[in-house]
Design a protein around this ligand. Structure first.
Ligand code: CMC
Length: 436
């Protein structure tokens, strides 16, 4: 096999009718083996059919590994718990982009490069003025991410490794600035420029919450929580938005356009929009005594209501990020002196009820990261409409790392799935006057 890391273990035989075909089986460094069916169509005339790609590996990757049954998440081999406990977000960015943890000198250089790219082109201010004030910040964010390619022409040549790296640094550096601008615009406050003597998370909090009329002092506990939230969301292997970025990138589109595509995909309530949906759901439940009614609805197959912040395509165990998020949530509430948050009471009771319920046990539905991130972000002062934007800030590095890996993969080709066609067969055009 030519899969760069694995070794070919064996072949698998597919039998259709009375004919057999052998296909290579590849073994990764960890995780399930894959059967390479790239030649299935040319050899058998059949496609595979896998809506939602539940059994399909779309690429080979060295970036992130998830064991959903065991509740394990590794970035480049390092457990998420260790990175969240001991590392910082820019160190995680370096790790995701370059494959190794940085030395002290590499870290200082990387921090410097990101910090010194955090301003956006002044003309972008005017770009913002075109949006309605009541626009959802994710709509603004998606538009602005795409618009970066109109401002930074000198880093859109994807065949040039230097330009690829410049575009990567630019996006990691500018995305918090754009996110803070989207927030400020939505509340009618002046934009706050980045400040280079602050770390990434502190700078972001300042750009969101400072006003020119008074001094803003960053709370280190909240900055650490923000940084940790960024680490937890930085990458998650081939999820919907990352696959969107890879697919967009496979056509040769520039990196800013690809990241904008990922941002658009992230917005959906089944993906990055779930933290906003989870908090709205906790608000709708309102009090602990109403939990049974909502749990009953979530279990009813005739009701489309789902418990937001529960369940995951890959995790069939406690989401490891949710545990860290729960701890961070308590730290933030303690720091802010919030003793009795009714939403937290509902969340903790709902978690208990669901974890004891046969339906959730049988379907292996556990709280995911979004269950506690909403309460934390709300306590920090962010409105719900900003939650997915914060997810996008953190996930930008994951999208970029995956996009770079794809571009640098010699096996890369344009993504082009096939289909099971069940529409009309050939028929002749009928002039409108003769149609019934
Ligand atoms: N509440 C009630 N029932 C659920 C839920 C839920 N949150 N999630 C899944 N189920 C049921 C579902 O109805 C199905 O039942 P049945 O087998 O009887 O048809 C079964 O569990 C399997 O669910 P599925 O929808 O087939 O699983 P999926 O892998 O396609 O969906 C999911 C995964 C995350 C979209 C889904 O669990 C969900 O909609 N959860 C709520 C939204 C959410 O919290 N999303 C955030 C994901 S984590 C952040 C991120 O990675 O973006």
């Amino acid at each position: 096999m030519d899969a760069k890391t694995g070794t070919q273990k064996q072949t698998g035989t597919i039998t259709i009718g009375n004919k057999n075909w052998d296909f290579p089986i590849y073994k990764g460094t960890v995780g399930p083996d894959v059967i390479d069916i790239a030649k299935l169509y040319s050899e058998t005339g059949m496609f595979t059919y896998d809506p939602g790609f539940t059994s399909t590996a779309s690429c080979e990757s060295k970036i992130t590994y998830i064991d959903g049954d065991a509740g394990i998440l590794l970035y480049r081999g390092y457990p998420i718990e260790q990175l969240a406990e001991h590392g910082d977000f820019l160190e995680t960015c370096y790790l995701l982009l370059y494959g190794e943890l940085p030395t002290a000198a590499q870290k200082a250089d990387f921090d410097y490069r990101v910090t010194h790219h955090s301003m956006v082109h002044e003309q972008m201010m005017r770009f913002f003025q075109g949006f309605r004030r009541d626009a959802h910040p994710m709509a603004v964010m998606t538009g602005c991410m795409g618009a970066l390619s109109a401002f930074y022409h000198d880093s859109t040549d994807i065949t040039d490794p230097h330009q690829r790296m410049v575009a990567s640094i630019r996006m990691i550096a500018k995305v918090p600035t754009l996110a803070a601008m989207a927030y400020k615009y939505s509340i009618g406050q002046p934009f706050v420029y980045p400040k280079n003597d602050l770390d990434y998370a502190s700078n972001f909090l300042r750009m969101c919450f400072a006003v020119p009329a008074e001094e803003y002092k960053v709370n280190p506990v909240l900055a650490r929580a923000m940084d940790r939230i960024f680490i937890l969301h930085a990458d998650h292997e081939q999820n919907a938005s990352t696959s969107t970025v890879r697919l967009a990138g496979s056509s040769g589109a520039n990196p800013f356009a690809c990241i904008a595509a990922g941002c658009a995909c992230l917005w959906g309530p089944a993906h990055g929009g779930a933290n906003e949906a989870a908090l709205n759901m906790l608000r709708e439940i309102g009090t602990v005594d109403r939990i049974p009614e909502f749990v009953k609805r979530a279990k009813d197959p005739n009701d489309s209501f789902r418990l937001m912040g529960f369940g995951h395509r890959v995790y069939k165990n406690y989401d490891p990020r949710a545990k860290i998020m729960q701890k961070t949530c308590h730290e933030v509430l303690a720091e802010l002196g919030i003793k009795d948050d009714p939403l937290l009471d509902v969340a903790m009771e709902l978690e208990k009820v669901a974890l004891r319920d046969e339906y959730f046990i049988e379907k292996k539905l556990y709280p995911n990261i979004d269950f506690y991130s909403g309460i934390t972000l709300k306590a920090m002062g962010f409105p719900t409409t900003m939650f997915t934007v914060l997810f996008a800030v953190a996930r930008t590095v994951g999208w970029i790392a995956q996009w770079k890996e794809m571009i640098e993969d010699p096996k890369q080709k344009i993504g082009r799935p096939r289909q099971l066609y069940t529409g009309a067969t050939r028929r002749d055009y009928v002039p409108i006057s003769r149609r019934k």
